[in-house]
Ligand binder design. Sequence first.
Ligand code: DGT
Length: 556
Amino acid sequence: MMRGDAAEEALLERAAALVTQYRIDSDDQLGPLFQSAEHADPEVMRRLRQMFEAGGWVLLESAIADLPADLRWLFESGAVTLEQLTAIYRARGATSVADLAAAVADVALGGIDGVGPDVETAVAAALPMLRVSIPRIPLGRATFIIEPFLAALRASAGINWAYPIGSLRRGQDTVGDIEIVASCADAAPILGQLLSIGDEGRCLHRSERRTYILSDRVQVGIRLPAPENAGAELLYLSGSPAHFGLLQTFAAERGWQLKPGGLFGPDGQLRPSPTEDNIYDTLGLPLIPPELRNGEDEVDKAAGGTLPTLFCRRDIRGDLHMHTTWSDGRDSIDAMVEASRALGYQYVAITDHSPHSAATRNLTIDGVKRQAEEIAAARERYPEIAVLHGCEVDILPDGRLDFPDRVLERFDIVLASLHERVGHSPDQLMKRYASAMRHPLVTLITHPSNRMVPHKPGYELDYDRLFQIAVETRTVVEIDGSPSHLDLDGELARRAIAAGAMVAIDSDSHRAEWLDRQMALGLVMARRGWVEARHVINARPLDEVRALIAAKRASR
Ligand code: DGT
């Protein structure tokens, strides 16, 4: 930032106006002063000047740092001055990349006073770079942060519907920002309620139908459009831009115009769209699930009536992977079973780690018998849900399993895992997997790529070969919903089912309170992979699960 005398002073005044725009609820020292500054009260301006002389830059810069993040980065990119940023906000209400992109697409920025075509070009060039140096938020963390906001909105009588937008709604592994769109007629009371959810008093921005609140040090944006056109806003903001582009082309070929602001008929009139369904429906398409909106072949498939019926929450009958205090879980068998029963599951498998796993605590051979007794007691206490005694056994470096067969035989279900690469090449890792899958007592391979989101990519294996062996050996491959795994991811899950492999969608939860959330993340990965109920072992009744286990065991 430049710091010449007159220039500094002018900038301070302009920044004051800008901060006033965004910090309506500000309760810090600076906010009230700047709010008054809008009325050019000479006394206030004198105090501002004093503050400036006394080093008020620090405070001012911290106020700028509190702008909605995309605007701050746009300013810091040098594409706009504070004055231009203020003008863009005033004219367009823009608070994010998506708003700026819509304005640029409309060729509307250049028409704003003080914002010429050169600025418009500069903004367009800056947009793709704005978030490049910002760490992305892992999907699991974003889901955790957004949960209370979504729950509060959905429980609110004035809200018709509320959804996350962007990559969070589409279930990408990581997201650039966290925002919600919720349709409502009267936004004012709802905006007030939301403030109590984030970090205390940390409202970064509030306008008539929009707020940005800090939660767990992350900005959560909430937009509350009026019902008439809220569906169009949700559709545009859900993206992906490539999917929206496909829809625009599809609409144009039929004489309609789809814009970020809504769907316009052949007569040029805006058609109301209270929900996304209205838009798809008007175009003669079924609603395309957000997880499929990647700008690939989904619009063609929807038009041809060949979209899959994606796996959904109500298809789940049980969870085949979870941990208890017998290894590194936090909760007891009873707590996990009780919580699973409350989720409406018909069966669960308790699957603690084997002796040489790198987990902080493991199941020992001696422990297996005592654990079996505890599971027997749980079965009596919870007759409404079947409890399978399982284990997650490590695949050792030589391909053998970390429990002898005489122990493995005692389990109702055996899950096998690679947790350690031990310097092995992809071929050696594949040999270990193949050896485990050929073991008749192994039903399921957990988190096959063994990636750690967002820190470690998965193994570079020949996955088509892995899935082929899974089919040959009648071994199930897992879609693991633990936020650090999300494995198989959507792309690999799609290849797995294309190969004919059966998948399981599991929580891999280490706490009762996380069972549902982690299952939901697994579900998102499965849906990104075009997985349907027929591909999923734990969408089947327990008898069929037992039959599959028995059939493979019978091949010994
Ligand atoms: P992220 O959070 O960086 O992973 O990206 P998204 O996909 O969440 O995008 P975001 O947050 O910048 O904007 C939300 C949605 O707004 C996005 O999914 C689609 C729409 N949008 C954003 N930028 C553009 C753009 O440049 N062109 C078009 N057509 N749509 C955009």
